[in-house]
Write a protein that binds this ligand. Structure first.
Ligand SMILES: *Cc1c(COP(=O)(O)O)cnc(C)c1O
Length: 380
């Protein structure tokens, strides 16, 4: 069995026998492949959350279609069925729901409604591999789901992604694409391998901040195999070499990383529970207990008054805070009209992306609660 087949087999373990898996250089390439396979093109609309990563609308725009933004709810940080219904037109072709930090929207209800409406439903499950929603694996409610294994995702291969689907027609088309996708050059593979190696060697709590800054600068200049090339966050033109297959190094790394996934998910869920207790006890915004049941937690989102100041405080205290969702189309700031987003369309998404930071969940929760306690006035 090839390393790719072995990896697919492992990835499919939580899913039913009808599911198949397809591998890509990045998660976004998987999304693009799904959209292309179902015929999304000029004149079509795809409904997505107004609180996502810019690579999601990009994949739609590269195909000539239009992203339409549904606002999120403040408790789940996700879209609800009602908001999607309100945006449906006769041009709507597909709906993308998102797993956000491990929290699901209502993928069961939304997928069911899409079926009734003859719309294709897709789950952005880039935060959600390995956990469940109502006793079924994340990514199994919609017609197809795409996943990411970029640095900060549930398990990492540096960059990487895959699609899981049980849709008979889609499976056939994605299988033909496997033969058409560009193959990563050996330079790209080696560069990724070196970064994976360097990360294991050098990344520790003392070097974290310096290396993170260096990594961001270098990937912006396209020196490293970063998760987004400069152009991807500056505009809506499809980059060269975008539609690319997975490299062997990614599959090998993935097989290795999957071994500790369940243990890490359990630890993070446990730590998330103590943070929820702490925040709730202090009447701060928190992830409601209803969402704890079978959700995995990628990171713990919190809302703060002044994000810049809070990130500085965290750096001084060596707390590895994340700053995802700097805008409704992370990480693009400023003008978003090129992505068909007008200011004011998604007020909740805009509010949250102004105030959100995320806490790591793999350390000791006491370190985090102590830090939060010391800076409680900053927490919303
Ligand atoms: C990371 C991420 C993606 C894209 O994943 P890649 O593997 O980097 O292409 C898409 N959507 C969300 C919400 C993400 O966080």
């Amino acid at each position: 069995m090839s390393v790719f087949d072995e990896y697919k087999k492992e990835l499919l373990k939580p899913f039913s026998d009808e599911h198949s898996c397809f591998l890509y250089w990045k998660g976004r390439v998987g999304l693009y492949s799904i959209l292309k396979a179902i015929g999304v093109g000029p004149g079509d609309e795809v409904i997505i959350p107004g609180f996502t990563c810019v690579v999601v609308p990009n994949a739609i725009i590269y195909l000539g279609a239009k992203p339409v933004y549904a606002d999120i709810d403040l408790d789940s940080l996700n879209v609800s069925l009602d908001r999607i219904k309100a945006l449906r037109t006769d041009k709507t072709k597909a709906v993308i729901v998102q797993n956000t930090f491990g929290l699901s929207s209502e993928p069961d209800k939304i997928a069911q409604w899409c079926k009734e409406q003859s719309l294709f439903s897709i789950e952005d499950c880039t935060h959600g591999y390995g956990s469940e929603y109502k006793n079924k694996p994340n990514g199994s409610y919609c017609d197809a789901a795409f996943f990411s294994t970029q640095w900060n995702k549930p398990f990492s291969t540096g960059i990487g992604g895959f699609v899981i689907t049980a849709d008979t027609k889609l499976k056939v088309v994605l299988a033909t694409y496997e033969l058409e996708l560009l193959k990563p050059s050996w330079i790209k593979s080696i560069s990724l391998q070196l970064q994976l190696f360097a990360r294991r060697l050098f990344l520790n709590p003392r070097t974290y901040w310096t290396l993170l800054r260096l990594y961001r600068v270098l990937s912006k200049w396209n020196i490293l195999t970063g998760s987004s090339s400069g152009g991807e966050i500056e505009g809506t033109k499809e980059p060269q070499d975008y539609w690319m297959a997975m490299a062997e190094v990614q599959a090998r790394k993935g097989l290795q990383a999957l071994k500790s996934l369940d243990q890490r998910i359990r630890l993070k869920r446990k730590n998330a529970e103590s943070i929820t207790r702490f925040l709730k006890g202090n009447q701060k915004w928190h992830v409601e207990e209803a969402f704890h049941a079978d959700h995995g937690f990628l990171k713990y989102p919190i809302l703060v008054k002044d994000r810049v100041k809070f990130l500085e405080l965290a750096e001084q205290n060596r707390v590895e805070l994340g700053d995802w969702f700097l805008s409704v189309l992370h990480p693009v700031r400023g003008e978003l009209t090129e992505w068909n987003y007008e200011v004011g369309q998604c007020p909740n998404g805009e509010y949250v992306s102004k105030h959100i930071v995320n806490l790591p969940l793999e350390g000791k929760p006491e370190t985090l609660t102590r830090f939060l306690k010391d800076n409680l006035a900053q927490v919303l």
